[in-house]
Design a protein around this ligand. Sequence first.
Ligand SMILES: [Zn+2]
Length: 314
Amino acid sequence: MYIFGIDIGGTSVKIGFFKDSFELLEQWEIPTHSNSLFEEIAENIKAYISKKNISFEEIFGYGLGIPGMVKNGIATRCVNLGWENVDIRQEFNKALGYDARVYVFNDANLAALGEASYLNSKWDSVVFITLGTGVGGGIIFHQEVVEGADGLGGELGHMHIDDKYNFTCGCGKIGCLETIASATGIVRLTRYYKDKLPTRLDLNQITTKDVVDAAKANDPLASYAFDEACQALAQAMANLSVIINPDAFIIGGGVSNAGAFLLERIQKYYTNKCLEQATHTKINLAVLKNNAGIYGACAYLIKKKHEVEKNGKC
Ligand SMILES: [Zn+2]
């Protein structure tokens, strides 16, 4: 049997064609056109399977990730694509033209599932945190994605963590994790301390990578700003450890390119802030990067397939 993983982004849709053994056979992208999106994805998939001589019966199902909040297959809110309470499962089935197995998740939640399944399929509960322009996240609890009552589950970037800087977040609140620990937050912190610490950085045109590279070279300003971001992140992780006590934390997004340098600092502060029993919790860097979502879709459908084989229903 085969599985399609579909990760819908603001500018492009990533499509992955998998075997039900978790093996990615082929992947490609098509542009995101918000007015005829599902029809275009469905047409693209139909053309692909026809070319490969595969029938619909050989496809176990489809997993979709969307850049917004999701609850039971319904996009409760997706600002990028202008959706509010859109039944994605129904829309996609209509476009496919048959009653397929379709599961829909928030993209970061799906990426969490992908990274967790890829790194260690035995993990039961995992927290995935992406440090990009903002801070995203996904929580897998007892191998299920946590959506919560309104699809807000896993919106880790908006955890209130800071009472020192009072930076305003994109969500309108003050002190969210992403105002400090995102790529944007790290640059913001660096500029915030510009008159207090010496630096070799040109602050008019710095990127997060510049700050990380300078921190690696012991630049006082860059080191301090990067350290503050790591402490905020470690604080959020320590808080989460007493809520779901995960098997592992997985750190992804552009900032995770800092690699071991980032991991060592987070580990140091996390160990310091969490309870003794949670100090053994693994902290890993993400490995699938942009493919995490399609792998997550595949992992979820494989789990559903096992349920069907065991119980005869889905
Ligand atoms: Zn916020």
